[in-house]
Write a protein that binds this ligand. Sequence first.
Ligand SMILES: Cc1cc2nc3c(=O)[nH]c(=O)nc-3n(C[C@H](O)[C@H](O)[C@H](O)COP(=O)(O)OP(=O)(O)OC[C@H]3O[C@@H](n4cnc5c(N)ncnc54)[C@H](O)[C@@H]3O)c2cc1C
Length: 508
Amino acid sequence: MKYYKDHYDVIVIGGALAGLSAALMLAEKGKDVLVLERHNLPGGVATSFVRGGIEIEAALHEMMYIGDKDNRQKVGKFFDRLGIDIDWLKVPEAYHASLPGIEATMHPGLETFSKEVDAVVPGSYDKVLGLLNLCADVYSSVNELSVRSMSKAQMLLKHEAFVKTAGYSTKEVLDSFDLPQKALDLLAPYWIYVGSGFSDLPFTIYAVLMGEYVGNGSFIPRKFSHEMSLKMAEKAEEMGVQIEYRQHVDKILVKDGKACGVRTALGHEIFADYVICSAYPNTVYTKMIEPASEVPAEAIKMVNARRLSLSAYSVILILDKSAEELGIKDYSIFRGKTMDTDECYRELGTLGPYSYLTCICHNLANPDATPPGTCSFSITVLPRVDAWKTVTADDYDRVKHEIADQLVADMSEYLGFDLKDHVLECVIETPVTVARYTGMYNGCIYGYAHTMEDHIVARLQTADAEHFIDHLEFSGAHQISGDGMGPAVVNGWKAAKNVLNTMEKEAE
Ligand SMILES: Cc1cc2nc3c(=O)[nH]c(=O)nc-3n(C[C@H](O)[C@H](O)[C@H](O)COP(=O)(O)OP(=O)(O)OC[C@H]3O[C@@H](n4cnc5c(N)ncnc54)[C@H](O)[C@@H]3O)c2cc1C
């Protein structure tokens, strides 16, 4: 116990992006913070690993909320403000879409993107730009409303587009623009990042996705997502945060309805006024609260009622030639046999074959990502967690390799050569890899699904009612700002802000 103090202001469980961002924000306010991470390094999914002497990105395709140097977005601003110096590289295109009857490369910028849709579907420019401007408008309202509360009347006056579209699905709003199918197809590929079919996806979420990715573009750190994790951890320690690795938290100690500490797998009991937790509420309320009698029935009902979103399955290849030599032209490729997102979503509930996938060739945004004369190429699908729950231990290897074969064959057909002839290294990550590495419930990376019946706007309004144990906050993809690395950082701030607000209220 000698390396722990008798008491902390806040214990953060999990030293990945969400946990570290919470710790940084609390340290900025002078709070005494302990971060407990079960691995021997920070970052969780935001990490890399080495195979055959080559460093390989574990997860990141592209990150939102960074922005160019002269147009920094909220997460980019946060890093700049704290002096966390990350070498951001802008992803050159939005995506290359390889869809039925379409081969088109789209670029960020609302007008540029609209022109590119128009080149495929002549005459669609005005309507597409109208739709993208609506997305940008709703997105800017969401940004403002997430930091400033206002009355419904004020909201209607200042955020009309947001209010008017909030009750509609993405499909309903897109249909109202009366666009030809090909134009709709070109506007759909990013849907996979939020993982509900368009007839069940609130338009608000689609608008945030398009407003940010098409409006501001996406970014990656030159030294992989682990650059962010390492620099955040380094800065946190510089600011006085104590980070202890190899410390798995087994229990969150609760007394009289209030979190008061944790117990680690080594049996250490450590005490604090507040606990912030990166693990999913599903794990926390069913396994981690001690005593279990402190878990209110409503908490169990909430986690059972909420639908978990998607996990990830990736085949990451290091190839024996450069992207130029192999004729790979785009950093990001979305390829689908259909852009019927409801149908794709249904398919993600199976173990394949999958007809919608996303690929990254890192070297096309980061030329030095692999040694000269090689390149990295990854193929990803985002299956629903319920699909993978059916895989038995005996069948795991077969399922894992069958899916890899399908994805590699599909992309070989697209590229016009057999990827298998060029493989130096091959790594397959499945939902089980994610679950085992991060402890994320069922390997879920996208938190709770955004749906029309569990709408983000309603969640914002019921956030207080979902606060079941005092002085316990959650941070991670399962929280209000949702999934992805940028949102994970925002979720960390939100958890820290809730702690700071409660501290202030209780001190009054
Ligand atoms: C293959 C793949 C591709 C992805 N691509 C993208 C992308 O292109 N863009 C994007 O924005 N996002 C992407 N994501 C999602 C993104 O990586 C995650 O949403 C985000 O990194 C989650 O961060 P987090 O801090 O919430 O949690 P995690 O990274 O899951 O980390 C949780 C941390 O908590 C620790 N922990 C858990 N339980 C305990 C415990 N009991 N005690 C101690 N420590 C504990 C874990 O070890 C881990 O370090 C991808 C994810 C995957 C898997």
